[in-house]
Design a protein around this ligand. Structure first.
Ligand code: NAP
Length: 296
């Protein structure tokens, strides 16, 4: 499945479902690489820009699947994944010997079920969630964590490399989602640390942006400190990553940890703090809004 040395007609056709903050940019890279692109999204207006660039609209996930060699999905919640893959007129029902790649952050258990249903229909499936945020999606610099069979991974790699710079096979079906949970567990405690550091800076009468200049260049440096810390200082709460999606991720991670009899107090605390922000009506703001919990 070479994406560069073949003519557009020979390149695999790609279907993309879920054109939100992340999916819109990711699908755009695939279109720019010369693939025929079939798209579907719950709200059609989110497809306008891609349609103007030559993508083709499909009326259902099943129609995307029936017309594509590779189907990529980037929707919101596990319930959305279940509906578009396993529902009536869904991807699994209509795909023909296709490669299915779910890039949504979803549950490992559902990834295994989708892979089994796909195999029963003669298709291959991968779970391939991402990290790197809206900036990583826009710049095609995502880290992509993949679960599935080696042959499916090899087939998917040229397309995944159009969206990310760090693409790693972690194991069988579900292993990509488990790896993404490791990622979210690290972010959960990191963003609490960033908020607490900045709250302390303010209370001590320091200039937060000058503090960031020092601690952002030392051992505390991270994406969360640089990007989310900068937004916290600027009072910019616009979503790159919705609080409500982070709560979904932390809930999946907590349930998996509980199943493995693993106690993760940082994860549990982050879940409680973000849940509190959602209850105050901040669920559609970005995760940097955590600073509000600390009076910021
Ligand atoms: P988003 O902006 O809400 O995008 C999701 C898109 O999927 C929306 O446009 C939504 O349609 C569409 N959708 C949902 N259910 C659908 C269905 N059943 N059929 C068709 N379309 C459907 O969210 P996002 O920020 O792009 O995140 C997408 C996924 O990536 C989430 O699982 C998130 O946790 C994960 N993620 C996000 C980031 C980030 O920084 N944003 C980073 C890594 C991973 P509507 O337009 O109608 O809502």
């Amino acid at each position: 499945m070479n994406t560069s040395s073949t003519s557009p007609a020979e390149r695999p056709s790609v279907g993309f479902i879920g054109l939100g903050i992340m999916g819109r940019s990711m699908a755009g890279h695939i279109l720019a690489a010369g693939h025929r692109l079939n798209v579907f999204n719950r709200s059609r207006d989110k497809a306008d820009e891609l349609l103007a660039r030559g993508a083709r609209w499909c009326a259902t996930p099943g129609e995307v699947a029936a017309n594509s060699d590779v189907i990529i999905t980037m929707v919101g919640y596990p319930s959305d994944v279940e509906q578009i893959y396993l529902g009536a007129d869904g991807i699994v029902a209509r795909a023909e010997r296709a490669l299915l790649i779910d890039m949504t952050t979803s549950s490992p258990e559902l990834a295994v079920r989708v892979a089994e249903a796909a195999r029963a229909r003669g298709c291959r499936a991968l779970d391939a969630p991402v990290s790197g945020g809206d900036i990583g999606a826009r710049d095609a610099k995502l880290s992509i964590m993949v679960g599935g069979e080696q042959a499916a991974f090899d087939q998917a790699l040229p397309i995944l490399k159009l969206m990310g710079t760090n693409v790693v096979l972690q194991g069988g079906p579900g292993a990509g989602q488990h790896t993404k949970m490791c990622n979210q567990i690290v972010i959960a405690s990191t963003i609490m640390g960033v908020s607490e550091g900045l709250a302390y800076a303010r209370a001590a009468g320091l200039e937060p942006s000058t503090v960031l200049q020092s601690i952002g260049g030392g051992a505390a440096a991270s994406f969360q400190l640089a990007v989310m810390g900068g937004k916290m200082i600027a009072g910019d709460y616009a979503p790159g990553f919705y609080i409500e999606h982070f709560i979904k991720d932390l809930g999946i991670a907590l349930a998996e940890a509980q199943r493995m009899r693993l106690e993760l107090p940082g994860l549990a605390l982050a879940h409680r703090l973000f849940d509190g922000l959602a209850q105050q009506g901040h669920g559609r703001l970005g995760t940097q809004t955590l600073i509000k919990h600390y009076g910021g």
